[in-house]
Design a protein around this ligand. Structure first.
Ligand SMILES: [Zn+2]
Ligand SMILES: [Zn+2]
Length: 162
């Protein structure tokens, strides 16, 4: 049992820059989604990047930094990276997720809760490419999955105040 949710400790989502003593902002909606993915795939979900404080730059292109900097974005992977295309497709069904990117070279998925038009993309050599049907096919993502609007919003019990 983590101290934030069933599988996650607060530390996992804190800034790792070393300069800010682990500042933390995280949307509990995201934590709930990770718990959902964990049980769906029966695999640990590994968080590669969560909150970043304003003392560090990150190498992700585009405005991702802002979403990480407000606790509304995560970069995640699984021990079995071969499952990532399937995880991506599963994440597409969450209406809460409005930014969804897949980096097959570096084996991670970025998800965020931007308050803007939903967007999906694929990183090729760190460049953001719109997720066309051709790219979907090339990276085993199949045809586009639409969000399941009837899906109940993710909620989790929160054992601690953050
Ligand atoms: Zn920091
Ligand atoms: Zn990211």
């Amino acid at each position: 049992m983590g101290n934030l949710s069933e599988h996650f400790d607060r530390d996992i989502f804190a800034c790792k820059c070393g300069g800010c003593r682990g500042e933390l902002k995280i949307s509990l909606t995201l934590v709930g989604i990770l718990e959902d993915v964990w049980s769906k795939f029966n695999q640990p979900v590994l968080v590669k990047r969560a909150y970043v404080c304003d003392q560090i730059e990150i190498e992700e292109p585009g405005p991702k930094r802002n979403y990480h900097g407000s606790g509304k974005a995560l970069d995640i992977t699984l021990p079995d990276v071969g499952l990532l295309p399937e995880v991506f497709r599963y994440l597409e069904t969450f209406p809460e997720i409005s930014g969804l990117g897949y980096d097959p070279d570096n084996s991670y998925i970025h998800l965020d809760l931007r308050e803007k038009e939903p967007v999906k993309w694929l990183y090729q050599r760190r460049e953001e490419k719109p997720l066309t049907a051709e790219l979907r096919a090339r990276y085993s993502l199949g045809s586009e999955v639409s969000a399941d609007r009837s899906k109940k919003s993710v909620t989790i019990d929160i054992p601690v105040e953050i």
